[in-house]
Write a protein that binds this ligand. Structure first.
Ligand SMILES: Cc1cc2nc3c(=O)[nH]c(=O)nc-3n(C[C@H](O)[C@H](O)[C@H](O)COP(=O)(O)O)c2cc1C
Length: 184
């Protein structure tokens, strides 16, 4: 039997994409925040949409600097992911508390989180505000990934638990890929 669910929870039916740690830098100050709502929307050019609420400190830093990095944390960073998604950079230096290591990026001025599996360096190209989150359209201008965690075609390895991305299911719940299969 199907049950109608509250509309505020409808997005959970689509949950499962890897959660990210977004790094930003503006006027020499860095911040990091957790981001679950990210979606690829174009291959050529490679574009993503990030949904970020205007109340996030990261929101204005991204608007001003026009650049960010999406870092994909592995299973052992679950606690830091929740912390960076609960505390605000407006109230203190989250990065210093988190123990995460910032490393210089390659294509943009924003650093990435060294402990993460992969990094997508992004440049802001557009923004929309159809609802309560701003939809930032960003172009991927650099992409880097830990070879050990992916196969030769950059599909994630489903066998190594500590090298898998965290899929945000809702609230404090996360999932790992578990198993994958190929249809030919
Ligand atoms: C797993 C996870 C995913 C999140 N996804 C989003 C998101 O997609 N968009 C958003 O605006 N906030 C999201 N948040 C909430 C922000 O990360 C949170 O408000 C954070 O404290 C903002 O940090 P800042 O103020 O330093 O930018 C998420 C939180 C968690 C724990």
């Amino acid at each position: 039997m199907k049950q109608e669910i509250p509309l505020a929870h409808a997005h959970r039916l689509l949950a499962g994409q890897p959660a990210c740690l977004v790094t930003v830098r503006y006027r020499g100050k860095e911040n990091v925040m957790s981001l679950g709502w990210v979606c690829p929307v174009s291959l050529e050019p490679p574009l993503l949409i990030l949904a970020i609420h205007p109340s996030r400190y990261t929101h204005d830093m991204l608007e001003r600097s026009q650049e960010c990095v999406l870092n994909i944390p592995p299973r052992p960073l679950a606690e830091q992911l929740v912390r960076c998604g609960t505390l605000s950079g407006a109230e203190g230096d989250k990065l210093a508390d988190s123990g995460l290591t910032l490393e210089n990026g390659q294509r943009i001025e924003v650093p990435w989180v060294g402990e993460c599996l992969a990094h997508l360096e992004c440049a802001l190209v557009d923004r929309l505000a159809p609802g309560d989150h701003t939809l930032f359209v960003v172009e991927v201008v650099g992409a880097w990934a830990e070879q050990e965690a992916f196969d030769q075609t950059w599909i994630v390895d489903d066998q190594q638990e500590d090298l898998q991305p965290l899929h945000h299911l809702g609230g404090g719940r996360f999932g790992l890929l578990g198993s994958s299969f190929t249809v030919s």
